[in-house]
Each structure stands twice: as C-alpha cells, then as structure tokens.
Design a protein. Structure first.
Lengths: 504, 99, 511
C-alpha cells in the first residue's frame, strides 16, 4: 500500500485552518451492565472474566429478553454531565440505533438520539504551552457497549483477510457515556495537542468522579477524532474524516496531526477529501480508509419502546451537583501549590496525562518530587519506547513502593530503574522483582569491604594516588567494586569505605 | 409518496439483511405500494399540534438497583448457537466495519 | 370419565382436584388422550409435553397429598402459545427461523403458571411471529377451527383458542398485539382477554411490537379467564413497562358480577353495515339482554378509530422490523450458509430469507421503510400521533360510560385460503380490536351466540379504561350468565363432535 503523501505540518497550518471534533466513549464502572443485571467487566472486580460468562438473556439478545435501566449508571451519567458544565435534560429518553453487526446482540444498540441526558457544556483544557482552551461540549448521552470480536485466520488479526470471527458478549451491554464536542475552532497548530489534552482532561474528570476505571489500554476510555481543514479565508467548512482505533493519548495527538498533514496534501493538489471513517495504525503512524459512509448511516432511530423516559428530579440533580469534586483547573492550582512544583514541572505532569497518577502516588505515600520524577522520567521513557501511555505500565501503588525502597536505601537510583522496567514488563510488584532477581542493594559492609580490598590490591597505582590525596582517583575503585557487586551497592557508601580502606 | 419502487425495496431488503429474490422484490413492490396507499391516511390527522405517543401507559424513571442478578452459564448461553468453539460464538468472515 | 374430565371448566376441575376427587395425573392424561385423538385434525399444538406433563402432574399430586396448599388452578393442565419462551420446551413463534430452539429460561407468565402448580401441556400454533389473523401464516401449517375444520381459527393465536374450543386444554395462554387473543375467541366461541398494557409481564414473550403486545388468558368461561388473569398479572422488575401497582382480584369481580346501572357505550363507527349481518344481530341482542337486566346503553363516537388500522400497520411493522433483527444466525436459531460459503452479512441475508415467511418479510420491509431516513415523520411519527388521538377518543368516551362495546370482528370464521392473497383484506379483520392495543386499554371477547346465516360463533367485545380490567370481568360474567340461562347449556356444547373424524394419533413431542 502506497504511503499517503503528507504536507509539512507548519505549511499545512499556514494554508488551512484545522477544525476538530472529538467523541469520547467512557465505560462506567458500575457493578452491573447498563440494561441488565449481569456483572460489568469495566468494573475491575469482573475484568478479565472468561468469555461469555457475564451473561443474562438480555446480553445475548435472546428472544423475549427486555432491558431494564441501571439507576446507578444514570446517576453517574448525570454527574458526568454536570462536571462537563452541561445542562441536564428535564426529560430524557432512550432510542434504538438499528444496524446489523455480529457484536451487537440485538442488531440494534440502545442509545439516545434526540433527548440526551446532558447537553450544552464546556470543559477548560490546559495545554502544555500554558494556553487554556475552552472546548464546547454538544452533548453527553447514555448507551450500551457492544461485544468483542476476535478475527481468526489472515495475517494481521484484523478483519481484512480473516477467515472467521469469534464473538464474546461479556462486554455487550457495558454502560457507556458518549461525550461529543461541537466543532472546535481556533486551536490552530495546537490542535493535535489539544485533542490529547482534552481526552486527558476527560480522563481526569471521570477518575475524580470515581465513575470509570478510565484505563485506555482496556478500552475504558475510547476516542474518535474528527478532522477537517478549511482553506484560510473560506467560509464553508471542509469535509471531515473520522478516525477510530486511537487507543492511547499518544495516538490521539499523532492521529490528529497525521490527518491534518494528509488532508492538506490532498487539498493542496486540488483533490477532495472523502467523508469516511479511517482507521489509525499505531505501528506505522498512519490512517487507512475504512468504508465510505453510505447506507450504514440510516440507523432508523426511534424511541425505545421497552424503556420509559428518564426524568431526573431537581433535588437529585442538585444533590449530585453539590457532590462534584473540584474542576480540573482549580485542582491543578491547588496541587501545584501543595506539591511545590514550578509551572514547568507541573505542566510536564499534566502534559503527560499523569496528574492522576502522581496524585495517587503521593496519596500512597511517596513525596511529590519522587512521584513526579518516576512518572515523567523513567516511566515516560519506557512508555515512549513501547508506543504506549505511562499510566498503563505501572500503578501508583507500585511507584510509591519503589520510591519508599529508594528512600530506605534498599535500592539505588540505578537499581530502581531496573526494578521499574520489571514492573512495566508485568513481572510483579517492586518487592517481588527485587526478590526474584536478587536486586537489593548489598547493605552488608563486610561484603563491600572485601570487594574494595580486592580492587585496591589489584590497582596499587590508584591506591597510591588516593593516599596521596587525589580522591578523584577513587572513581576507578568504585567502578570496579560496583561491577563486582553487579551494581547492587550504594555508590556513595562504597566511596566512603574506599577512602577509609585506602588510608588504612 | 405511495409510489415505492423496486430499487427502494431492494435497498430496504439490504438494510434489513434479507436476501430477497427478484421475484419477491417484484411482488413486494406491488403489495407495499397498495399498503402504503392505505396507511398514508395517517398524515391527514397527524397535524403538528398533536403530540406523538410512544408509550400507551405513561410511566417514568423505571430503574433497577446496581446489584448483580442471576446469570446464565456458558453452556446455557451457547446452547442455541449454530456454531461455537466451546466458549465463543463462531461467525464467518465479516465484510463490514464496526460502527 | 376422561371425556367428562375434559368438558369441565378449569375452575370446576380445580375444585375437584382440591377436593381429591380426581388427580392431576388423571386430568392431564385425559387431556393428552384428547390431543392424541383430535389434534391430527385440529393441529392446535406444535409441541406436546407428553410424559413430562404427567411427571409434573404427579409431582403436584404428591405435594398436595403431603399437605401443601395451592391456589384454585393447581394441577390444571394449560396450553401455552408458542410466542412464550419455555425452558426445556421448543419455542418457535410459529417460525422456521426458530425451529427446534429450546430456550434456557422461562417467560415470566410461564414461571407464574408453573409456580401456581399448573401443568404445561405443550405449545400452541400461531401465525409466524404473531403476524396474522388466521394462523395460516404459521410455518408449520395452519390450525383448523373446531367448529368447521375448513375454516380459520382466528389469529395470531389460533392454536390456543382451538385447543380450548376442542377441549384439548381447559385453558391457555395467548398474546394479543392487534386482536390475536380476542379475534380467535370470537371465531371459536371462547373467551379471550387482552389485559391493560403492562398488566402482565412481557419478559419472555418473543417481541413483535413492543408498545402493543400483551399476554392474556384464553378460556371457555369468564371465571376461568379471571382465575388465570389473577395468576399471571402483576409487576415484574424484568419488564420496565410493567405496571407497578397491585391488582384487585378478577375472580372476585366475576363472582360479584352485576350490571345494574352499568353504562355501556356502543361505538358508532364499529356498529357499521360493513360487518356481517349475523355478527351485528347477535351483538345487538346481547346488548338488549344486558339492558333488560339493568344496564344502560349509550351511543358514543370515536372519530379517529378509522385511522387505527393505518397507524397500527405502521407502528407494528416498524417495531417488529427492529425486534426481529436479532434473528441473524449468530446466537440461536437457523443458520443458512450460501453455496460456497459467504461473509457473515451473506449468511445473515440467506438465513433470514429462508427462515422468514412472506408475511413477516412483508412487514419487515414495510417497517424498515416507515423508519427510514426521510420517511420517519410521515409514517412512524404520524402513526404515533394517531395513537394520541385514539387515546383521546377513549378518554372522551369513558368520561360518559363505564365500558365500551363492539362486535369483536367484522365476520365469522372465513375459509382457509380465502384471504391469503389479499393482505389488506386480512388486515381489516382487526378493525375492532386494534384501537385497544394502540391505546393500551383492556378488552375482552365473550361468546354472544352463533350467526344465523352460517351457524358459526360470534363474539362481543367490551373495552374498559386502562387499569379497569375488573370492569370487563364484571360485564363479561354477567352476560355469560344471562346467555347461559337463555341457551340452557354452554355454546360450545353445540360444536361438532370431533372424535367422529378419521384422525391419526399425534406423537409426543413435535408434530
């Protein structure tokens, strides 16, 4: 497949105005599904269950089955709507979205169409460069998730070329809130970063509300990015594409940037953009065309006859509003002050989408500085190498444990980095890795002294220099000892002992 | 409005995933045309001032508590299926894309 | 003895069982023998439980002997329309696409019937997915009217009505979306009730039109219907549209039946000379009888009823087109793979083409059209407005009367095959019954006599405001009592003796 031509990003921005729209799906972490009392796999208690074990007749659309609304999911949805600055609909109802697909147990999805639970809101999003952007929210509505398809045969594990597919309906019926922005104007060159920061902000919000596990790598939070370009000076909006399969914060930024560049190249050559759904490929950093939107668009929405309207009482809405946590911007100001970070340091945390991780790591006992260091440092480095998000590599509790081990002197900085690699690779908790690999710093001076004496004996010229007062020469001894100890020693202590032994 | 064409019927059959034969499409086109003529009279009285009713017995806020209920076993879930691999349903290759 | 047993009403049989005069095994065996003798001709059943029914009966007998106390219908056999999902018994909705499907769960009305100690005899025939008024659209062959085997038993619940009219079962469960309980009752000389929408749970009823479907009793007497109604009605948390408030006892309403001062509204638009003469005659005679016994007959107008069929044939296909989408070869039911294999889209298309009959396909396409982009407002949207207008007609009428009365259907039982080529003509059978489904109000059909011109049964329909189902049992029971006094014996005694025919015995299990 020929690689699409891309225009240089800055050039693209000169000629065209990017307009983006973002649709985020949030899986709620209620105990049960949206329309049935089956356990909800988006709740960590039921995550990873064997296929087709979280099922009631409703989940597989058995003839005669009927949906019943999960009241907790409605409350969560209202809270989310309020946190997004939305108005809550005085009367809201469900609608059927009709289309055929094997992961859709009834071949219709129960969603909301003309009466969503929340509408007309906005979210303050802070960008890395210090700019704050107001993203307009068109609506947030409730719906159910579909099952999971696994494609078998074929070379890529994707639909194209697969011989057959397997369907697991555990995920069918998981409660979703779909958040739709209005078209976002004025982001200009910040559009890719804004897309990422917006999703990160949504993630912050749902985590602070406690309504979702928000783990993108598990699909708890999914984003579709709409991108169109408008030639500068033109009134009419350009044709937009919708990019799906963006599975991490990184991908969102890259995908938006890519689409801008791809569309600009086409338009510059006099071509036109096809309105279509595109698929993001993380490995190649490109989007590819899906099927053009055609009759798939006629979803024949009609009000769901099996469900009754949702009419939230004013008292309930006010109760939920009063229980909202601080909005992100206010929380950022407070935390920055509490933690004593500089603007730049704090921005680094927020940009990396790691605010919640750092907060939880501090809550688990680490110092803010340590939390920031590990998350924005080593974990981000590992995440970039693996083309994923840092948050998916470790838990705040694990990082706090690591920081505590360093503080206690059980690990040096360098050893801690090795341990962290092990955590990210899924080998277990820091203590488990230390035990398994035998990585703890040797704290027994006796062993150190033995290694030091041997090193001194084998480098008499260095010994002489040290005795002569040239303490920098100790470096060679320290290096040799560290090597002999396989790095499992505290270099500072070794240095102390080397100087001691050298004089004796 | 009551003119419904064979192309429309074919399109509707595709939306409804029914592989109608040419003969069926022809028959249906004629029959549906007649039926549509009969049912179109609803628009005579369906003026803008009349609100639609989707539920005959008005109720609202019918919810269930967030408590796990009785589930089906895997065997029960797969019991009626034409083809399974013992834990999942098997379908042949999919042409279309997820929505 | 067994012939005597099958001629008892369910209430009478229940009393004998409670008194220990007869066992449930005996009663069940008597009905199974009857089915074996006549169902070759009637074809009311798609599945007969046979041995399993006897085991269930034996279990009830044991528990009763051990001192367990039961309700009035315990130990009484019952037939169940194949639209209801039954654990362990095939449930086909009269369609090939569900041939042989055995559900892993019970519909709520079925669960309640089992808990009441009743004995499921089997599943009865119906128009495919309840779409029809004659049971001729069943994929398994039609059911025959016990009054004249060459005639239709009504539809879509012809099997349940015929099973009861031919004494194969004392009572049955049916479903009514546009008259599918009431119209078969009318053509078979039996009693059928469509409760208020939401009175009986729809959980486990294979959905046709979600906003119109209701499950109800199919019986030979009004008391039997009331007793069964009392068993199956009530709030079900598994059905969001099920009414939460508790219901009074319908059986009590029957026992207290009294029409003194009852205001009965005759719907002008349904008292038309478009109806068969004998149907109208018996209708008016029944009203006069009630009037002589204290009721007041008043004329009412329902100007929007004439739009009900049109609205119904937009709402039902639209909802059905969506409800029937789940039949796609993936999770249950038929799978047809085109020659040489195919994508799942092609398998779905081939399966639905082979598995659905012509009437179902017709309605699915019609419904898809009514909902499609650009047509929603003109069709489905407009039909929902007609529903509002029909409800307003009912509200206005009920402001002045307690119940409404109409003939149940325009004609007596027509011959099999007579209306098959003309879908529109078939749809007109439901002109009197559809308004109640649109509005959600309850309706009953009770036998009013035989039409003089053809000797075939005629029913009279009463309608009440939503939640006032007891009024139907009141007036229905009163009329039944008065007619019984006039006739000297139940109407069904005049039905032909079926055991005269050359009949092949049916085997236990599927036919």
């Amino acid at each position: 497949m020929a690689r699409a031509e891309l225009m240089d990003f800055d050039t693209a921005l000169e000629r065209f105005e990017p307009v983006i729209g973002l649709e985020v799906h949030v899986e709620l972490n209620t105990k049960t599904k949206m329309f049935s009392a089956a356990p909800n796999p988006a709740n960590s208690e039921f995550h990873g269950a064997d296929p087709n074990t979280l099922i009631t007749p409703v989940c597989v659309g058995l003839p005669g089955s009927l949906p019943v609304v999960n009241g907790q999911a409605v409350r969560y949805s209202i809270s989310l709507g309020l946190a997004l600055g939305c108005s809550i609909a005085p009367s809201s109802r469900f609608a059927r979205k009709n289309y055929f697909y094997p992961d859709l147990a009834k071949n219709y999805q129960i969603s909301q169409y003309d009466e969503p639970i929340a509408f007309d809101g906005s979210v303050e999003v802070e960008l890395g460069n210090g700019r704050t952007f107001t993203v307009p929210i068109e609506r947030a509505h409730m719906e159910e998730d579909a099952g999971k398809l696994t494609h078998v045969g074929g070379s890529t594990g994707r639909i194209q070329g697969a011989e057959y597919s397997l369907v697991d309906y555990n995920r069918a019926g998981v409660p979703l809130v779909e958040i739709v922005t209005r078209p976002i104007f004025g982001a200009e060159a910040d559009a890719p970063a804004l897309a990422r920061a917006y999703v990160s902000t949504i993630r912050d919000i749902v985590l602070s509300l406690g309504i979702s596990e928000a783990r993108m790598e598990r699909g708890n939070l999914r984003c579709d990015a709409n991108v169109s370009l408008r030639p500068r000076g033109q009134e009419q909006l350009g044709t937009r594409t919708e990019t799906k399969n963006v599975n991490s914060m990184r991908s969102i930024e890259r995908a938006v940037r890519y689409e801008i560049q791809r569309q600009a190249a086409i338009l510059a050559q006099g071509g036109s953009i096809i309105q279509e759904t595109r698929h993001w490929h993380e490995d190649t950093g490109t989007t590819s065309a899906g099927r053009p939107k055609s009759d798939a668009d006629d979803y024949r929405y009609f009000p769901e006859p099996d469900l009754l309207p949702v009419v939230p009482a004013k008292e309930l809405v006010e109760e939920l509003r009063a229980a909202l946590p601080e909005p992100p911007a206010a929380r950022h100001r407070r935390l920055k002050a509490e933690w004593g970070f500089t603007d730049l340091e704090f921005q680094g945390v927020v940009n990396g989408g790691l605010l919640v991780e750092v907060t939880k790591t501090v809550a688990a006992g680490a110092s803010p500085a340590a939390a920031r260091k590990w998350w924005t440092g080593e974990l981000t480095r590992l995440a970039n190498a693996q083309q994923t998000d840092a948050a998916s590599l470790a838990t705040p509790e694990q990082v706090a444990e690591l920081a505590a081990l360093v503080d206690a002197g059980t690990l040096t900085d360098r050893l801690a980095r090795q341990v962290l690699e092990g955590v990210a690779a899924g080998e277990g908790s820091p203590q488990e890795i230390i035990d398994a690999r035998g990585l703890a710093v040797v704290s027994d001076d006796g062993a150190l002294v033995a290694a030091i004496d041997e090193a001194l004996a084998s480098q008499p010229d260095v010994l002489a220099k040290i005795r002569d007062g040239k303490v920098q020469a100790a470096g060679a001894i320290i290096g040799a000892v560290m090597k002999a100890m396989h790095g499992k020693a505290d270099a500072a202590r070794v240095r102390e002992l080397v100087l001691e032994r050298a004089q004796s | 409005m009551s003119e419904i064409s064979a192309e429309q019927v074919a399109h509707l059959a595709n939306l409804a995933r029914i592989a109608l034969t040419e003969e069926e499409i022809e028959h249906l086109t004629a029959e549906l045309g007649q039926i549509m003529q009969a049912v179109e009279k609803v628009s005579e009285v369906a003026t803008p001032d009349v609100p639609p009713t989707s539920h005959p017995i008005p109720m609202q806020n019918v919810f269930r508590d967030d408590v796990v209920g009785e589930t089906l076993t895997v065997e029960q879930t797969l019991s009626g299926a034409p083809e399974t691999d013992g834990s999942r349903f098997v379908v042949s290759a999919i042409l279309g894309e997820e929505q | 003895m067994s012939d005597h047993l099958i001629r008892l009403t369910a209430a009478e049989l229940g009393e004998r069982l409670a008194a220990g005069e007869v066992s449930s095994v005996e009663a069940t065996r008597a009905h199974l023998d009857r089915i074996a003798a006549v169902d070759g001709a009637v074809h009311a059943f798609l599945h007969v439980e046979g041995e399993r029914a006897l085991e269930t009966a034996a279990d009830i007998d044991r528990r009763r002997a051990a001192g367990e106390s039961f309700g009035p219908l315990a130990g009484v056999p019952i037939a169940i329309k194949d639209v209801l999902v039954t654990e362990g018994m095939p449930s086909t909705a009269g369609s090939r696409i569900l041939e042989g499907w055995v559900p892993p769960y019970d519909a709520t009305p079925v669960r309640k019937v089992r808990e009441a100690g009743m004995i499921p005899l089997g599943k009865t025939n119906m128009d495919e997915f309840a779409m029809g008024s004659s049971t001729e659209h069943s994929a398994y062959g039609p059911t025959h009217n016990p009054w004249d085997l060459e005639r239709i038993p009504g539809g879509s619940g012809g099997g349940s009505a015929a099973s009861v009219a031919s004494f194969e079962a004392p009572l049955a469960l049916g479903s009514d979306t546009g008259g599918s309980i009431r119209q078969p009752a009318h053509v078979t000389g039996t009693v059928g009730v469509k409760p208020t929408y939401g009175a009986v749970s729809r959980y486990g009823s294979i959905a046709l039109a979600s906003s119109l479907d209701q499950i109800g009793p199919v019986t030979r007497t009004v008391l039997d219907a009331a007793l069964l109604h009392d068993v199956i009605a009530g709030h079900d948390p598994l059905d969001s549209t099920s009414i939460p408030e508790p219901w009074p006892s319908m059986a009590d309403a029957v026992r207290r039946a009294d029409v003194t001062g009852l205001r009965i509204g005759v719907v002008k638009q349904l008292d038309s000379d478009g109806f068969q003469a004998g149907v109208r005659q018996r209708f008016h005679e029944a009203l006069e009888l009630l009037e002589r016994n204290g009721a007041e007959i008043v004329e009412v107008s329902a100007p929007h009823f004439e739009y009900s069929i049109a609205a119904y044939y937009l709402i039902l296909p639209a909802e059905a087109s969506s409800n029937l989408a789940k039949f796609d070869s993936v999770r249950f039911g038929l799978r047809v793979t085109p020659d040489g294999g195919g994508t799942v889209e092609q398998v779905m298309g081939a399966t639905r083409e082979a598995g659905f009959g012509p009437e179902v396909k017709r309605r699915i396409i019609l419904g898809t059209y009514a909902l499609s982009a650009g047509y929603y407002d003109a069709y489905y949207g407009s039909a929902q407005k007609v529903r509002t207008l029909v409800q307003r007609d009912f509200d206005a009428a009920f402001a002045n009367v307690d119940v409404l009365a109409t003939p149940t259907a325009p004609t007596t039982a027509f011959k099999l095959g007579e209306k098959l080529d003309d879908p529109l003509a078939m749809y007109l059978n439901d002109v009197a019954t559809i308004p109640a489904n649109l509005a959600g109000v309850p309706g009953i059909s009770v036998p009013a006599g035989l039409a003089p011109e053809d000797g075939l049964p005629v029913g009279i329909q009463f309608l009440a405001p939503a939640r006032e189902d007891a009024r139907l049992y009141n007036v229905g029971a009163a009329l039944e009592h008065l007619l019984l006094a006039e006739w000297g014996a139940p109407l069904l005694d005049r039905a032909p003796d079926l055991s005269r025919h050359e009949l092949t015995a049916t085997e236990e299990g599927a036919l």
